[in-house]
Design a protein around this ligand. Structure first.
Ligand code: 5AD
Ligand code: SF4
Length: 512
């Protein structure tokens, strides 16, 4: 489908908001409204993904934001945070200025997350808060983008109950933001453009990065794993890898600008390269190249245990700038549940993988994601998750109660586990995770660790804060001039989620 056809198929201009009643709206939807479709989003075609290097903000829109301010609220994962940086870059390319004050903003965008119901509830709550602002200032543009806008149920709800929203666009439409903003500013109608299927890769989108020390670098988009509980393969489309040379160039560029750390991003980074035509190239090969770049720290997330291969382990074993922290979502310790989740590995192969990684990287720390209360999870199956957590001794874990996502296979599974039971399991799991984290951190007391100083601690501006290579937060007192430097800190006290330390003077690695 070319861009024009896509537009015809999915761009809708809803009726004039000011002139129609809700009933007119509903009638209008039935006849002409084409919502985004999760069903279409599920399809995986063979069509080639093209890479474009020709993104431009049209001349006539370059001043659209003159004397105007934008504000983007970001929900969810790092991918969304990075998308926000791109949209910020586009806004600034149109002359808008950033603001953090809601009342000052001329445009407010909500970059949304669809992974769990409570993430969605937060966005609808925020829309409720923004309504009076829009009533006071009709020129304010309110937009919704990100994963929620890929769901037809969400788009319908916004169009019926939140008609003051001016702009809805999807995760595959970010590069169209200039044109969509132009329509939103000059038109009187709600602008909606959501492509259900993924588009091409656009390489040269502008970005306004949030900091000057750490940077996100996308290496791939989408996910083809289709874990049965997960909405991401529908909201983010099929797996599409960026070309190695484009990624390497971006990392080199960041290194030259003085960034100290990059995190390579993808929903399933271990599948990197599988879709590249004509070359056998995987995440291991990419990391091997990035290993040679003069940037002190390289992380990657998120890994899928199924695709974590020996080549990558071998490359990571070289150490250097490839950091010894692995985020390896396990989701469950029960083979039966893993099967129902379509995770395509077993408890045993997961444990074997952890062992293999530990052999190659003896200092590696492991963190994970776990879902409790998957439909019909039994007490025994939950106990298997507990025992796996005890066995691996994760340094930390993100734990979630299963949330039903319409359109996913798990949503069709009947569930006989009461919410009370799920909550109790979560509490027990969290207690175990906390205990393990505290125990792991205690081992650092008296040790000297290298910290990348990120800034003042959120709780106390007199204290500096940063991360070790193994992803431990360290708080310590030292001159503010050290922000952005790698320094040595002696750990004096371990807490459950952070370490307190003393700065060892004159250990800052001086910027080149
Ligand atoms: N319910 C609860 N947790 C979920 N996750 C993904 N989908 C769901 C869901 N429907 C969790 C998984 C994933 C993390 C990003 O979010 O643990 O690894
Ligand atoms: Fe969702 Fe599974 Fe893909 Fe992760 S690997 S984004 S959990 S489908």
């Amino acid at each position: 489908m070319n861009e024009e056809q896509r537009l015809q198929s999915s761009q809708i201009q809803s009726p004039k908001k000011t002139e129609k009643t809700t009933e007119d709206f509903a009638k209008y939807f039935q006849t002409t409204y084409q919502p985004p479709s999760l069903k279409d989003a599920k399809k995986r075609g063979k069509e080639n993904v093209n890479v474009h290097y020709d993104f431009e903000i049209p001349e006539n829109i370059k001043n659209l934001g003159q004397d105007k301010k934008y504000l983007i609220r970001t929900y969810g994962c790092q991918m969304n945070e990075h998308d926000t940086e791109i949209m910020a870059g586009i806004y600034e390319g149109m002359g808008f200025e950033a603001t953090t004050v809601v009342e000052e903003a001329d445009v407010i965008l909500l970059n949304t997350c669809a992974i769990r119901e409570n993430a969605e509830n937060k966005v609808f709550g925020e829309l409720g808060h923004l309504k009076p602002l829009k009533m006071e200032n009709p020129n304010l543009i309110i937009g919704v983008c990100g994963c929620m806008s890929q769901e037809e149920s969400v788009v319908n709800r916004i169009m019926q109950k939140h008609q003051f929203v001016d702009l809805i666009f999807g995760t595959h439409n970010i590069h169209r933001l200039p044109q969509l903003m132009e329509q939103a500013v000059f038109g009187k109608e709600m602008v909606m453009e959501v492509w259900s299927k993924e588009g091409d890769i656009i390489e040269n989108l502008p970005r306004t990065r949030k900091g000057e020390i750490k940077a996100w670098v996308n290496i791939m988009y989408g996910c083809d794993k289709f874990c049965t509980y997960c909405i991401v393969p529908y909201t983010r489309g099929k797996e599409r890898s960026r070309l190695p040379e484009d990624i390497i160039q971006e990392v080199r560029h960041l290194a030259a600008k003085g960034y100290k750390e990059v995190t390579l991003l993808g929903q399933n980074v271990n599948a990197y390269g599988k879709d590249l035509e004509g070359i056998e190239y995987g995440l291991g090969d990419l990391m091997n190249e990035i290993h040679k770049i003069d940037i002190p720290r390289v992380r990657f997330t998120t890994s899928h245990p199924r695709d974590f291969d020996d080549r990558l382990i071998e490359v990571l074993g070289q150490g250097g700038n490839l950091l010894d922290h692995i985020h390896l979502p396990v989701q469950s310790g029960s083979n039966d549940v893993l099967k129902l989740m379509n995770r395509r590995y077993t408890r045993e192969t997961y444990l074997e993988l952890v062992k293999k990684i530990k052999t190659a990287m003896p200092d590696a720390t492991f963190t994970t994601d776990i879902i409790v209360g998957f439909p019909n999870e039994t007490d025994e199956q939950f106990e298997e998750t507990m025992s796996l957590v005890r066995e691996v001794e994760f340094d930390s874990a993100y734990t979630f109660i299963y949330s039903q996502r319409d359109g996913t296979p798990a949503a069709k599974m009947k569930d006989n586990v009461p919410m009370e039971v799920k909550k109790e399991r979560l509490q027990r799991l969290n207690a175990l995770v906390n205990d393990t984290a505290a125990k792991k951190n205690a081992a650092y007391e008296g040790e000297i660790v290298e910290v990348l100083v990120e800034g003042e601690s959120k709780k106390n501006p007199d204290v500096l804060s940063g991360y070790t290579s193994r992803n431990k937060v360290v708080n310590f007192r030292a001159p503010k001039s050290l922000i952005g430097e790698l320094v040595q800190v002696k750990v004096t006290k371990a807490k459950t989620w952070s370490l307190d330390g003393e700065y060892i003077e004159n250990t800052a690695e001086v910027n080149a």
